[in-house]
Structures are given as structure tokens and as C-alpha cells.
Design a protein around this ligand. Structure first.
Ligand code: NAI
Length: 344
């Protein structure tokens, strides 16, 4: 089995080489992202292996089908970059539903602590032998209320960590898991109450039509003054322009962004010698109370190894049995997995 591996980075290769070699799957690594202009590179391969910012739209799907490519193996959990409705009946889409919820939840906490305790400022100051503490006052997390939108794998790990800090959790999920609510420290509620009462809001839901700009102008207006917004899920959950306005008006106290609406042209690449055209991102980054990381929440050794192992297992299972439990399906009527894998 030969796969064209798009948007390849040096840190991807060791794990994919290891699991690929053990299972008879070879990868040809392309640094470029998959899109309409690059799909031709998949000629002669059995499938493509793609990540969060590769584009698998109708035109790309048509091209892949024309080339005889049968499988899109996502090496990530989210699949908002794939036109699943169009893919249905044409090409099989496999994904890695979970690889390390701890990696993402811990990164969200790292960003939160960095932000509220001004660690990013302290790092720069002390390197310049500036030991002044002015402007460095933070706040205790203990006793604060954190609103968690999306209580799946990552959201639950995040909630566990928050409980360890002595925080109260207000949770919202389209499909609540009542077993995690104890009524005291963790309670499910609606978005209205979550926005009104949370000191910190962390997003752990997928990007869908329902969740697009869930943090927008109206939501931010309902939030507490000084609210901290954490987004480690998908950029378009947050209306970046509305967030910037709320930061300027001092409504939002801090923002921790591992993902950004328009990240696909920028994140994962070095633009340090370039002029960035995106004024909203540039302005956000210029704010003292905004921390941006470039979609790195997943990037731990454990997660990279799990991603490669599951991707290779998905590919091998699919070619052996013509089905895979991690195949995505739209016949079920939603963007959730088809657990049976038999709808396709
Ligand atoms: P999951 O599928 O285990 O959990 C997602 C939760 O969101 C589920 O409980 C689901 O019921 C809920 N949900 C679905 N629609 C909703 C809605 N309209 N409103 C509120 N909740 C809704 O997914 P997991 O593994 O916890 O991942 C969460 C998100 O994290 C992914 O969708 C992905 O976008 C993002 N992610 C980001 C990474 C990064 O490196 N920054 C890495 C991995 C995932």
C-alpha cells in the first residue's frame, strides 16, 4: 500500500516510518498541502494521508477519484476540512478519533496558566534582567468558574484538571454525559448561563454549522467582564474580529488561541521574515493579554506515535476488510462517526 503524505513535517516521519514499515504501508512525503493544485501528486498512490489544513473539497475529491485514489486517511480527529457530503459514495475517509486527549487538554491549561500568571511576560523580562513585578498581578484559578463547551474526550480531561485546581465547572454539550456531572463542582447548563457566569471559557467541541462562531459578538456581550477565552479546538469557533473588538473594549481579559479562523495559510510555517497580511491576527498577537500558539496542542511524542499507529491500522484494516471502525460516514445523518462503518 502506497500513500501520498501531504503537509509533511520532520516530526511526522519517525513514527510513520516505524509503523508503516512494520505493516507494509509506504509513505511518500510531500511538504505541500493537498489542494486542487497539488492533487495530481497523488497519481499512482492507493491513498492520501492528510492533516488539518489540507483541503479535501469537491474538486480535490473529483481529482483523487479520477486518479483512482480510494482512501483519504486523515491523521487527525477533526474533519471540517473534508467535504463529507460530497465524499459520500466516492471516496473513503478514515480518521484518528483520539490520540491523546491529555496533549490538548494540558496545552489548554498551559496557555491558561501562562496567561493568567503572565509567564510569557516574566520570561521576556528576566532574560533582560528586568526583575520588576509591576503589571504582573495574576489571579487564583482556585474558586473560579470555568465554562467548558464540548465534554468529549478532551473536554473531560480538561474538566478533571480544572477540578484539581479547585475550580467550578459549568459544562455545555449537545449530547451531555450526565455521569460526569456531580451537581456540585461540575454541572451541565445552557450556553446563556455558561456565558453569564464563567470566568474562563474553554472550547472543546468540533467545528460544525451549529458551533461556527459560537464565541461571537453576542456571546461576548453576555460574558463577564475580564473573561478568559481558550480555544484549542478549531479557529472558526471564535469570531476573531469580534474577539479583537472585545479585547480592545476590555471586555475580554485574555485570550489563549492555539487555533485561528484563517490559520491554514500561516500556521505550521515560518513567516518570521515576512509581512503578514492578516491584520486581525497581527493585532491579536500584538496584545499583551493574547497568547497564540500555532495549532501545537496535539504535539507530544505520545500523540505523534498514537496518530501514526492508528492511521496505519486504519489503512491496513481498510484494505484487508474493506471497512474500518474509524471510517467517517454521512448516511447516519450527522458529522458523527458511523460506528458500524457499514453505511458507506
Ligand atoms: P470528541 O468527539 O470526543 O468530543 C467533542 C464533544 O463535542 C462531544 O461530546 C460532542 O457531543 C460535543 N459537541 C458536538 N457538537 C456540539 C455542539 N454543537 N455544541 C456543544 N458540544 C458539541 O472530540 P475531542 O477528541 O474531545 O476533540 C474536540 C475537538 O478538539 C476536535 O473537534 C478538534 O476540533 C479539536 N482538536 C484540536 C487539536 C489541536 O491540536 N489543537 C487536536 C485534536 C483535536
Amino acid at each position: 500500500m502506497r500513500f501520498a503524505f501531504f503537509d509533511a513535517k520532520p516530526y511526522d516521519k519517525p513514527s510513520f516510518e516505524k509503523y508503516g514499515a512494520e505493516n507494509g504501508v509506504s509513505f511518500k512525503y510531500f511538504e505541500t498541502k493537498l489542494n486542487e493544485d497539488t492533487a495530481e501528486l497523488a497519481r499512482g498512490f492507493d491513498g492520501v494521508c492528510v492533516f488539518v489544513n489540507d483541503v479535501v473539497n469537491a474538486a480535490v475529491i473529483d481529482k483523487l477519484c479520477e486518479l483512482g485514489v480510494r482512501v483519504v486517511a486523515l491523521r487527525c480527529a477533526g474533519f471540517n476540512n473534508v467535504d463529507m457530503k460530497y465524499a459520500f459514495g466516492k471516496i473513503h475517509v478514515l480518521r484518528v478519533p483520539a490520540y491523546s486527549p491529555y496533549a490538548v487538554a494540558e496545552h489548554a491549561i498551559a496557555m491558561l496558566l501562562t496567561s493568567v500568571r503572565r509567564i510569557h511576560k516574566a520570561y521576556i523580562r528576566t532574560r533582560d534582567f528586568n526583575f520588576s513585578l509591576s503589571g504582573m498581578t495574576g489571579f487564583d484559578l482556585h474558586g473560579k468558574t470555568v465554562g467548558v463547551i464540548g465534554t468529549g474526550r478532551i473536554g473531560r480531561v480538561f474538566i478533571d484538571i480544572c477540578r484539581g485546581f479547585g475550580m467550578k465547572v459549568l459544562a455545555y454539550d449537545k449530547f451531555p454525559a450526565e455521569e460526569i456531572a456531580d451537581g456540585e463542582t461540575v454541572r451541565y447548563t445552557d450556553l446563556d448561563e455558561l456565558f453569564e457566569k464563567s470566568d474562563i471559557i474553554s472550547l472543546h467541541c468540533p467545528l460544525t454549522d451549529d458551533t461556527y462562531h459560537v464565541i461571537g459578538k453576542e456571546a461576548l456581550e453576555r460574558c463577564k467582564k475580564g473573561v478568559v477565552i481558550i480555544n484549542t479546538s478549531r479557529g472558526a469557533l471564535v469570531d476573531a474580529e469580534a474577539l479583537l473588538a472585545a479585547i480592545k473594549s476590555r471586555k475580554v481579559g485574555a485570550a489563549c488561541l492555539d487555533v485561528y479562523e484563517e490559520e491554514s495559510e500561516l500556521f505550521f510555517e515560518d513567516f518570521s521574515g515576512h509581512i503578514i497580511d492578516d491584520d486581525i491576527l497581527a493585532r491579536l498577537i500584538s496584545m499583551p493579554n493574547v497568547i497564540v500558539s500555532s495549532h501545537q496542542a496535539f504535539l507530544t511524542e505520545e500523540a505523534l506515535s498514537n496518530i501514526a499507529e492508528t492511521t496505519v491500522k486504519n489503512i491496513v484494516g481498510f484494505f484487508r476488510d474493506q471497512q474500518c471502525p474509524n471510517e467517517l460516514c454521512f448516511r447516519c445523518g450527522s458529522a458523527e462517526d458511523c460506528k458500524s462503518g457499514k453505511c458507506f
